[in-house]
Ligand binder design. Structure first.
Ligand code: LLP
Length: 432
């Protein structure tokens, strides 16, 4: 009935998350509010980590791509679960540092890191810097020499795999701003340069082919191509790569139409592909790293809104407007991402209506169209499901709407992990 297993309906007919009544949560924390289920986040972490143990004999590291949902509490959970993390800016790195995240398990990404970000990474002994381009490689080498360090890097490679997902989140093809191209020889030239640089230790290769990918085939394809490149490097340069980072991108269930494989299947299929090719070609098995974001936090989260105006345009559609919008969830506006919704106070009723869910921003900010839902009226609490990834992290103050709080539920209790912004918070950087 629900896209996530942690959702249910209680005896009052209310939607529950992690066993807690969403109507109670809406009353206590007000709407709009992001609710996220800590137990499900931890379960996902364990499932992914255990899969590396099971399918790759534990010779790897599961990381969390913190851009999906970044706050102190989240880094603490990831740290407690023994995962590493992917950061993509000084801001994410700063947040990780603020909770004492082990820096040796941090991968620093980005296609245009600034000099000061690289210096920050060096000063804090970030485990790996994932270098995107020659400009960065040269800059990092000079900085490392200046600081008297040898910095471990991965080179980000575009394996040329076309994952079937939205154009904006498809990153493995040659026409992408990220990484070095294989086809043109650019990647091989970068390897040749990197291995000669005094400040650089080339630890390995990285690729990330895209996001919300719903089958394992493109990952296996990418694993083949990346391992093939490893083989070429060994054969032609006599250099052995220690580490292969296959990125993230594992898809989740947003609507009934989505049928993602179990998380472990992504790890299994990639691990088997890499092991077979390495054995067949007599090269050493690389330390294998993954960095999923969405599949760790996405299904764990929901957003609760209060319905206001219901506007029926006969023969056209019914708009139900809520007290949030593209400011707390820009994903429909950006990618036409589909979500499932439910009237949380009527969760035991049938979905007999089809509506367009509109935000309250002063433009046509929709949260979804053609959405089946129970009969809705003003005052109902509308839950948008599977909003745990890239909703809070992409929120803005457009129309000067404060960013909603994040409430984490666990074992029958709830705690605020990110406070609701106040009007004063929004003015904190305004100078008279
Ligand atoms: N590694 C790298 C280098 C990435 O760029 C990303 C996501 C990930 C890992 C994690 O991918 P995931 O497992 O979360 O799919 N804002 C978009 C998604 C952008 C993804 C950006 N990179 C959305 O809301 O769908």
């Amino acid at each position: 009935m629900f896209v996530s297993k942690n959702l249910d309906v209680n005896e009052l007919g209310h939607l529950t998350i992690g066993g807690m009544d969403t109507m109670q949560l809406a009353k206590e924390y007000q709407t709009p509010v992001y609710i996220t289920d800590e137990n499900l986040i931890r379960k996902n972490c364990r499932e992914l980590k255990d899969s590396v143990d099971m399918y790759y004999n534990g010779r790897g590291l599961m990381c969390y791509a913190s851009k999906a949902f970044c706050c102190k509490a989240m880094y603490r959970i990831i740290m407690e679960e023994g995962l590493g993390t992917d950061v993509v800016s000084a801001g994410e790195l700063y947040t990780a540092l603020s909770v004492g995240f082990p820096m040796d398990k941090v991968y620093f990404h980005g296609n245009n890191k600034t000099e000061s970000e690289l210096v920050m990474a060096l000063e804090n002994n970030v485990g790996r810097i994932v270098v995107d381009n020659i400009y960065e490689l040269n800059m990092l080498n000079s900085l490392a020499v200046k600081y008297g360090k040898t910095v471990c890097i991965l080179l980000r490679i575009k394996p040329g795999v076309d994952a079937h997902t939205h154009d904006f989140v498809r990153t493995g093809k040659i026409d992408s701003k990220f990484g070095f191209a294989l086809e043109t020889g650019e990647a091989f030239e970068a390897v040749k340069s990197a291995v000669k640089m005094p400040g650089i230790k080339l630890s390995g290769l990285h690729c990330h082919i895209g996001s919300q990918i719903l089958d394992t085939a493109p990952f296996m394809e990418a694993a083949k191509i990346m391992t093939g490149f490893n083989i070429k490097i060994k054969n032609e340069l006599g250099y052995e790569i220690d580490e292969l980072n296959m990125g993230g991108g594992f898809g989740i269930k947003y609507t009934e139409e989505d049928n993602p494989p179990a998380l472990g299947m992504f790890i299994r299929d990639v691990s088997e592909t890499v092991q077979k090719l390495c054995t067949d070609n007599n090269i050493k098995l690389p330390f294998l790293v993954f960095e999923p974001g969405r599949s760790i936090v996405g299904s764990a989260g929901i957003t609760l809104y209060t319905a206001g105006a219901v506007k029926e345009i006969p023969g056209i559609r019914t708009y139900v407007s809520v007290d949030g919008g593209m400011s707390d969830n820009p994903r429909y506006s950006l990618y036409k991402s589909k979500y499932s919704i439910i009237a949380a106070n009527k969760a035991n009723m049938k979905k007999t209506e089809v509506i367009t869910l509109a935000g309250r921003i002063c433009e046509t900010d929709l949260l979804g169209e053609n959405m089946p839902v129970q009969p809705v009226e003003a005052g109902d609490i509308i839950a948008v499901l599977a909003t745990g990834a890239f909703n809070h992290s992409m929120a803005s103050n457009y129309n000067k709407l404060p960013v909603p709080p994040v409430v984490m539920v666990r074992d029958g209790s709830a705690r605020v992990v990110v406070k609701r912004q106040t009007f004063e918070d929004m003015l904190v950087n305004d100078i008279g």
